[in-house]
Design a protein around this ligand. Sequence first.
Ligand code: ZN
Length: 80
Amino acid sequence: MDRAAEQGVQVRKLSDTRWTVTSGTQAGVVYTLFVEGEQVRCSCKGAEFGLVCKHAAAVRARLTEHQEVSRMIDELYGPA
Ligand SMILES: [Zn+2]
């Protein structure tokens, strides 16, 4: 995952399926993203055209980090 994709955006987790990401270019603009399994859907213009926008990329990066941490914990302590 490209680290530059996260520049200028702030990712916030509301729930497992709902996230918000601030616009990297427009102050005060916040996009809501919905996570369904492997899919991350964003409400921004780019996503409407079927692009993987940086908001979705930023959420994906967080999800991947989280999975890696969970896996490390499992390896250290075994499955809960
Ligand atoms: Zn977006």
